[in-house]
Design a protein. Structure first.
Length: 345
């Protein structure tokens, strides 16, 4: 409430006018009203029962009104926007004027109890997951069989709502992560990757139209792991960044130029918070990752450990070897990699 109302006040005085209230807070105002209404009605029933000990504790009408009404739906709308809100917040935090609003206008307020906006935005998600526990406790203490049956069905309805929501939120998070990766992973044309291939200028445009970036647009693909490694080439050591997806491995070279392939600027790309802190920092510095070779399908990948005895002989540390085979089981690529630590390896 402090963060939202303060932002409204500042915008009424023509500050931070480009900050979108909905993208940051979604339907929080409506959610607060419905939640408070539920709590007030709930506690009034308890209070009435305590003051008149002979009156029955009738929760059925209250629970039906709210849990079959807007209580879960408003939570769902808020939760679906949560991932996007955090993504938007992290982007805004790069601005000096927005940081002044956060730190000097809001976070110093005693009511915030030293909590940051991101920590407060997650609270409605936690509350929604506690409703089944509340309903279960009421169900345990209920003596009327009809009421017990009703409360149990409501509890199951709320649980199904949460399970359904979990899937959607994870999908949204994955979608935003892959949208970010599409911006920072650069796929150079084959004639730039390997100088053996000669392509006349008149044909380059038609070949370039077959964009490899579409590989990362699949809604079903998952990023399982990512991390920095060192690739041992014949004459040098090269910093690389690996992306392990659920169907292929991608090895990329780390580039620190401010311009991505094709000339567009990456320094203002908002950074997805579900990426590793290392990659987030790297993107903010204007870096990007150029694909070193073709993606390696996991069913064509052979992983080999480097025996510790070779560490002293070849000065290798935490090393392993990735071998790629074609459909005829012929080896077509070999990558000798070194991890920063044995644990990382």
């Amino acid at each position: 409430k402090i963060f939202r109302n303060t932002l409204k006040y500042l915008q009424s005085n023509e500050f931070l006018l480009d900050v979108d209230l909905w993208r940051l807070f979604a339907n929080l105002e409506e959610l607060n009203k419905i939640s408070i209404s539920f709590l007030k009605t709930f506690f009034e029933t308890v209070k009435e029962h305590v003051s008149k000990s002979d009156s029955p504790m009738d929760f059925s009408s209250i629970l039906l009104k709210f849990f079959q009404g807007d209580l879960c739906q408003t939570h769902q709308i808020y939760c679906l926007n949560y991932t996007s809100a955090v993504f938007y917040l992290e982007n805004l935090r790069q601005r000096e004027d927005f940081c002044i609003y956060l730190k000097q206008w809001c976070e110093q307020n005693k009511e915030c109890k030293r909590l940051h906006l991101r920590e407060l935005l997650v609270a409605p998600l936690h509350r929604l997951t506690r409703y089944p526990l509340l309903l279960n406790n009421i169900w345990k203490r209920s003596t009327d069989e009809t009421e017990k049956s009703l409360i149990w069905s409501l509890k199951e309805k709320v649980e199904r709502s949460i399970w359904d929501l979990e899937g959607k939120v994870k999908w949204l998070d994955n979608f935003q992560k892959f949208r970010q990766l599409q911006e920072v992973i650069i796929w150079p044309p084959i004639w730039d990757r390997d100088k053996r291939f000669f392509v006349p200028e008149c044909l380059k445009q038609s070949l370039r139209e077959n964009n490899s970036e579409n590989l990362l647009s699949s809604a079903n693909r998952l990023l399982l792991h990512e991390g920095r490694l060192t690739l041992a080439e014949s004459t040098r050591l090269l910093d690389v960044y690996l992306f392990l997806f659920d169907d292929f491995l991608l090895i990329t070279k780390i580039k620190r130029n401010k311009k991505k392939y094709g000339g567009s600027d990456t320094s203002f790309i908002p950074v997805c918070t579900s990426l590793t802190p290392e990659l987030q920092s790297f993107i903010r510095e204007g870096g990007f990752c150029t694909v070193l070779d073709q993606p390696i399908p996991l069913d064509r990948l052979i992983l080999k450990n480097i025996d510790p005895i070779h560490i002293t002989v070849f000065s290798l540390r935490n090393a392993f070897l990735i071998q790629q085979e074609n459909r005829y089981r012929q080896s077509i690529a070999i990558f000798l990699l070194q991890a920063q630590t044995e644990t990382a390896k």
